[in-house]
Design a protein around this ligand. Structure first.
Ligand code: FES
Length: 140
Protein backbone atom coordinates (compact mmCIF):
# COMPACT_ATOMS: atom_id res chain seq x y z
CA UNK A 1 0.00 0.00 0.00
CA UNK A 2 1.40 3.33 -1.01
CA UNK A 3 1.08 6.52 0.99
CA UNK A 4 -1.92 7.78 -1.05
CA UNK A 5 -3.86 4.52 -0.57
CA UNK A 6 -3.00 4.50 3.12
CA UNK A 7 -4.44 8.00 3.56
CA UNK A 8 -7.65 7.04 1.70
CA UNK A 9 -8.18 3.98 3.93
CA UNK A 10 -7.43 5.97 7.06
CA UNK A 11 -9.88 8.71 6.04
CA UNK A 12 -12.58 6.10 5.39
CA UNK A 13 -12.05 4.49 8.77
CA UNK A 14 -12.16 7.83 10.58
CA UNK A 15 -15.37 8.80 8.75
CA UNK A 16 -16.92 5.49 9.77
CA UNK A 17 -15.98 6.05 13.39
CA UNK A 18 -17.47 9.54 13.28
CA UNK A 19 -20.75 8.30 11.80
CA UNK A 20 -20.86 5.38 14.22
CA UNK A 21 -20.27 7.70 17.14
CA UNK A 22 -23.04 9.96 15.92
CA UNK A 23 -25.44 7.03 15.61
CA UNK A 24 -24.53 5.81 19.08
CA UNK A 25 -25.03 9.30 20.50
CA UNK A 26 -28.43 9.46 18.80
CA UNK A 27 -29.38 6.09 20.29
CA UNK A 28 -28.20 7.24 23.68
CA UNK A 29 -30.46 10.29 23.53
CA UNK A 30 -33.45 8.26 22.45
CA UNK A 31 -33.14 5.94 25.43
CA UNK A 32 -33.11 8.68 28.02
CA UNK A 33 -36.33 10.35 26.84
CA UNK A 34 -37.32 13.96 27.25
CA UNK A 35 -36.72 15.44 30.66
CA UNK A 36 -38.42 18.27 32.49
CA UNK A 37 -36.71 21.56 33.21
CA UNK A 38 -34.45 22.17 36.19
CA UNK A 39 -36.36 24.49 38.49
CA UNK A 40 -36.14 26.15 41.87
CA UNK A 41 -39.05 28.44 42.66
CA UNK A 42 -41.36 29.33 45.51
CA UNK A 43 -45.05 30.13 45.31
CA UNK A 44 -47.21 31.75 47.97
CA UNK A 45 -50.22 29.54 48.63
CA UNK A 46 -52.15 32.65 49.77
CA UNK A 47 -51.87 34.08 46.25
CA UNK A 48 -55.20 33.68 44.46
CA UNK A 49 -53.36 32.31 41.39
CA UNK A 50 -52.78 29.12 43.37
CA UNK A 51 -56.16 28.82 45.07
CA UNK A 52 -56.72 25.47 43.30
CA UNK A 53 -54.15 24.04 45.70
CA UNK A 54 -56.35 24.77 48.71
CA UNK A 55 -58.30 21.54 48.18
CA UNK A 56 -57.11 17.97 47.67
CA UNK A 57 -57.11 17.12 43.97
CA UNK A 58 -56.46 20.68 42.87
CA UNK A 59 -53.53 21.47 40.62
CA UNK A 60 -51.70 24.37 39.02
CA UNK A 61 -49.06 24.68 36.31
CA UNK A 62 -45.95 26.73 36.98
CA UNK A 63 -42.81 26.87 34.81
CA UNK A 64 -43.67 23.61 32.99
CA UNK A 65 -44.25 21.86 36.32
CA UNK A 66 -47.54 20.39 37.55
CA UNK A 67 -48.13 20.96 41.25
CA UNK A 68 -50.99 18.94 42.69
CA UNK A 69 -52.47 18.87 46.16
CA UNK A 70 -52.65 15.26 47.23
CA UNK A 71 -53.44 14.78 50.89
CA UNK A 72 -51.84 11.32 50.95
CA UNK A 73 -48.35 12.67 50.22
CA UNK A 74 -45.91 14.22 52.67
CA UNK A 75 -46.74 17.89 53.00
CA UNK A 76 -49.78 17.15 50.81
CA UNK A 77 -48.22 18.20 47.50
CA UNK A 78 -46.54 16.58 44.55
CA UNK A 79 -44.74 18.22 41.64
CA UNK A 80 -43.82 16.59 38.33
CA UNK A 81 -42.64 17.83 34.94
CA UNK A 82 -45.21 18.50 32.25
CA UNK A 83 -42.85 16.92 29.73
CA UNK A 84 -43.89 13.42 28.64
CA UNK A 85 -40.93 11.06 28.48
CA UNK A 86 -42.15 9.57 25.21
CA UNK A 87 -41.94 12.45 22.75
CA UNK A 88 -42.19 15.48 24.97
CA UNK A 89 -45.89 16.36 24.76
CA UNK A 90 -47.46 18.33 27.57
CA UNK A 91 -48.82 16.21 30.42
CA UNK A 92 -51.75 17.32 32.58
CA UNK A 93 -53.15 16.19 35.91
CA UNK A 94 -56.40 14.21 35.85
CA UNK A 95 -58.05 14.77 39.19
CA UNK A 96 -60.68 12.05 38.82
CA UNK A 97 -58.22 9.23 38.19
CA UNK A 98 -55.36 10.79 40.17
CA UNK A 99 -53.00 10.27 37.25
CA UNK A 100 -50.85 12.40 35.01
CA UNK A 101 -52.05 12.04 31.43
CA UNK A 102 -50.39 12.69 28.08
CA UNK A 103 -52.89 13.48 25.29
CA UNK A 104 -50.59 12.57 22.39
CA UNK A 105 -50.39 8.76 22.57
CA UNK A 106 -52.28 7.86 25.73
CA UNK A 107 -49.37 7.72 28.14
CA UNK A 108 -50.28 7.86 31.82
CA UNK A 109 -48.28 8.15 35.02
CA UNK A 110 -49.23 7.45 38.62
CA UNK A 111 -48.83 9.91 41.47
CA UNK A 112 -45.21 8.84 41.91
CA UNK A 113 -44.56 9.68 38.27
CA UNK A 114 -44.22 6.03 37.20
CA UNK A 115 -45.57 4.96 33.83
CA UNK A 116 -48.89 3.09 34.10
CA UNK A 117 -49.94 2.94 30.42
CA UNK A 118 -48.87 3.83 26.92
CA UNK A 119 -45.50 4.26 25.26
CA UNK A 120 -43.54 6.49 27.69
CA UNK A 121 -40.28 4.65 28.36
CA UNK A 122 -39.46 6.24 31.70
CA UNK A 123 -41.02 7.78 34.77
CA UNK A 124 -41.80 11.45 34.52
CA UNK A 125 -39.45 13.83 36.31
CA UNK A 126 -40.48 14.41 39.90
CA UNK A 127 -39.47 17.44 41.94
CA UNK A 128 -38.80 18.03 45.61
CA UNK A 129 -41.56 19.98 47.31
CA UNK A 130 -41.24 21.62 50.70
CA UNK A 131 -43.62 23.87 52.57
CA UNK A 132 -42.83 26.60 55.05
CA UNK A 133 -45.88 28.48 56.20
CA UNK A 134 -47.70 29.61 53.08
CA UNK A 135 -44.60 29.21 50.89
CA UNK A 136 -44.26 26.13 48.74
CA UNK A 137 -40.83 25.56 47.20
CA UNK A 138 -40.37 23.30 44.20
CA UNK A 139 -36.88 22.28 43.13
CA UNK A 140 -35.05 19.66 41.16
S1 FES B 1 -45.66 12.00 23.79
FE1 FES B 1 -46.69 11.34 25.59
S2 FES B 1 -47.41 9.36 25.11
FE2 FES B 1 -46.33 9.98 23.33
Amino acid sequence: MNRKDFLKVTASVLAGVAVGGSVLESCKKSTTGPQGPDVNFTIDLNDSKYSALSASGGSVYVQEVIIARINDFADGYIAVAQTCTHQGCTVTYARGSQTFVCPCHGGTYDLNGNVTAGPPPYAIKRYTVSRSGSNLTVSG
